[in-house]
Write a new protein. Structure first.
Length: 189
């Protein structure tokens, strides 16, 4: 019985010595869907916890994300991450023109596109002390408003002159989707 407290103290001391040897602060960059491209400040208070907060761009507007990752302090480690982010409303018409290749592409519904998201990921981390590479996949809950939906309904109602739809408020839409991201973290201190 006296062996258990001794093992617990030894384990805590080993964790503390690993934490003291590994740098605590760093920067990371990653790209994913729906996260976009992100650059973050990283804090590692314990060898198996990494917290991050940063800013990003999704080809429509700027946004932010914050979250935390659990990982084992090994060279190859499984990871579990949770994060929350938000992108401000921006004009998606330039992106639609780039994707379609049609310079005349424009729709009122794309003039204000923004969303918030919550991610849950499982993945792998390669590296440990100073540099690590992560690849993660999971699910995201994406929530936003569909703006100017009435403009689409008006144009369709003109084509089918026998029906009419009126939308008095922009609808909220929530989507659960598969998602993924890859990233690189470098610890500096």
């Amino acid at each position: 019985m006296s062996l258990l407290p001794s093992l617990a103290v030894t384990s805590l001391l080993a964790t503390a010595s690993i934490a003291a040897a590994e740098p605590t602060f760093g920067v990371s960059t990653d790209v994913g869907v729906p996260d976009g491209a992100m650059a973050s400040i990283v804090v590692r208070p314990l060898p198996f916890i990494r917290a991050h907060a940063g800013a990003g761009y999704n080809a429509i507007s700027t946004g932010f994300r914050a979250g935390a990752t659990l990982c084992l302090p090994f060279w190859i480690s499984p990871t579990a991450s949770l994060s929350y982010g938000r992108y401000a409303e921006g004009d998606a018409n330039p992106l639609a023109r780039m994707v379609t290749g049609d310079p005349s592409t424009h729709h009122e519904m794309l003039e204000k596109v923004g969303y918030q998201f919550a991610d849950g990921y499982l993945g792998l981390q390669f590296g440990r002390e100073r540099v690590s590479f992560q690849i993660e996949a999971g699910y995201s809950r994406i929530n936003g408003k569909i703006r100017n939906l009435d403009s689409m309904m008006d144009s369709e109602a003109a084509d089918a002159s026998s029906s009419s739809v009126t939308i008095k408020q922009d609808p909220n839409v929530t989507v659960w989707s598969l998602s993924a991201r890859i990233g690189l973290t470098v610890y500096v201190k």
